[in-house]
Design a protein around this ligand. Sequence first.
Ligand SMILES: Nc1ncnc2c1ncn2[C@@H]1O[C@H](COP(=O)(O)OP(=O)(O)OP(=O)(O)O)[C@@H](O)[C@H]1O
Length: 785
Amino acid sequence: MVNPKDWQQEQERLDVVTEGLRSKIAELEPEVSGLFNQVTDFRKRFWEEVTVNTTTHEDFADTFYSIKQQEVLLSERERTHRQRMQRWKSMNRLLPSPYFGRIDFREDGLSLDEQIYIGVSSFVDVDDMSFLVYDWRTPIASMYYDYSPGSADYETPDGQITGEMTLKRQYQIRDGKLRNVFDTSLTIGDELLQQVLGAGGDAQMKSIVATIQKEQNAIIRNDKRRMLIVQGAAGSGKTSAALQRVAYLLYKHRKTLKADQIVLFSPNPMFNSYVSTVLPELGEENMQQTTFQEYLAYWLGSTLGLEDPFEQIEYVLNSKLSQEDAARQSGIEYKASEAFLQALQHYALWLGKEGMLFHSIRFRDRELITSEQMKSRFYSYDSSIGVANRVELLREWLLRELTSLERMEQEALWVQDELDYLDNEQYAEAYSTLLKKDQQEEEVFDFAGQEEELLRRMIVREQFKPLRRHAMRFMFVDTIGLYDQLFSEEASYRQMTNETEIPNQWPEICKQTKEKLSRLELFYEDATPFLYLKELIEGTRKNTEVRHLFVDEGQDYSPFQYAFLKQLFPRASMTVLGDFSQAIFPQATNLHNVDSPLIRLYGKEETSLIRLDRSYRSTRDIVDFTKSLLHDGEGIVPFDRSGRKPLLVKSGSSDKRAVRMIDDLAELKTEGFDTIAIITKTEAESRDAYEALMKQGCEDLRLITKETLTFVKGTVVIPAYLAKGVEFDAVLIYDASTLAYNRESERKLFYTACTRAMHRLVLYSIGEWSPYLQALDTTLYEAVQ
Ligand SMILES: Nc1ncnc2c1ncn2[C@@H]1O[C@H](COP(=O)(O)OP(=O)(O)OP(=O)(O)O)[C@@H](O)[C@H]1O
């Protein structure tokens, strides 16, 4: 805390700034509402001001210019309105708490200290043009995050500025009143962070703008390379830093970058709602948010039944030690690999020489164009032309063929039958077309003769429409057949793909894949390769609008998926945030090893790699416990916040466990914890837990499934894989026994579940504890029977 004199001065300055904000808001208010009315009014009267006259060419030109002029006026007024509105909104946002930090900085060569107050947006004193508050994203404000008092510097577009930071101060301001002021010698003082982290969790993520740490600031402002990879421990602030980074990019490139040019791939739809308030809180619009599954379903969902990643993980978690399960597992790994990606590329080249498969074009039970005709046409094109281009040529040919077949079809017998059944509307349409033609033709028009011809043409055209659509959408390519053909016996597969390292259980992998395909369904691990093959053959879809791609929980995407994303967004930079210790999906990618496929994606020169080892979410006791669950967790450093040790509770039966849990829930709620999760391993276990607790009279419990879209406060039962990325005041692990967690491959899932806890962690078991827990040092937890 600062001395009373400084406090007094700070409160006085705060009063000045608050007053300044109030008067500016009051000044803008009538303008903002007035301009809004003007714009709406103007829009309503748009056509009244325009004289529409198209009698002569001159009148037409006059009308055109009059409309243009009105349009320019309207868009100018709308722009002014938008700008004022933004200023007004940002001042309103500042008003209750105009700033959170201050640094005093003396630039080398100057004799005066400049006082720099930092807040969520800038506020300029109009009279003397000085900044009363600097936006946290300005270059000068970066020193607040990067330095303690002493030598400091910052980058500007004109070069580096060096000097001396003589003071660093933090504020807590509520409703225009100073609540706390700290001088700090650390980068960002612990006191404030202690308070922020000690508070209860929310249903929505919070902005960390006032307490961003130096290493997080490096992530937020890293704007030099194409790829930024962040490997960070659980709770180290990866998602928080990513959202601040979006806000930073939108500010830095505000003239060229719009929020919808940034895409965030989230782990599940519920996560979208969890993070949705951070950017608006910072005065920015939300970026586009999607999940990879949503993307796949958009392109493939109408033709094939897609398994989702949660079904896949449920399969893996429930799998036994059978041969089939082992083969599926090995298939998942192989189909996620770069090797399979290359195999597909070779396969596409091979298809350029032989093996293409087409669907014949059928019409009224006849083959109009056979698959063999298409095949020979396809291979008649110059073989130096790529497969996708040859498919395009084939499509053009098909469309031309359809036009001449359509003409011939007009004489078919069935058309005569259809003629007899035409309704009045169709006759009327034909008649009016003929009438128009009659007006244009100079010679005497033969109505009777031409009417039938026209009607025939109309009938056939209508029936040919689906065929044209079919051709336009490349549905003549038998992509399912082509993908199926790939899973042939080993020698053929090797020949088609040049692959040398084929997985051992290949025949079983082929059998499973083919079976699924025969039901017109795809395993999750097949969806991206299938789409990739489709694009190799039909030409790639590219999204050139998107400039920044964020992938959260990046360890859960396969190297194959990354290569696909790179191709899909050719103009985007990528930020991948993840934690390999939380890699719960079998297709995981290591983010930071020297040989990581992610580093290879854009090459070393284009890649920055940042590690975050400090964990902020959980208390020291919880972090000490959870990091011991990992084989390589030593490097994780807890932020020093104390709490209670994790509690291990053993019960005699399922009913007794439920009763005990209900008592524990009541106690946690009395202590003020609002967000509590009972985390299970699988969906089935979630249902069991929910029923067992309800049976014993538990109230206000909510069961979360993959369909749940919003994250709300309260007590929830949730499978661990859906709890990824989110956090809770208290976490109760429903079953931490050896029956539930025993395999080495599930250690990371268990770790992920435990690391969701901010303040309290309780683990329950009916029988023996999981081997991961048995191996722990007993001083890390308290145990009760
Ligand atoms: N600099 C900070 N100031 C205040 N709070 C912070 C800071 N960094 C992280 N936190 C808090 O720590 C918690 C964890 O942050 P976040 O969810 O971003 O971590 P994460 O690395 O994405 O975690 P995980 O990988 O486990 O999902 C959040 O409550 C966040 O607000």
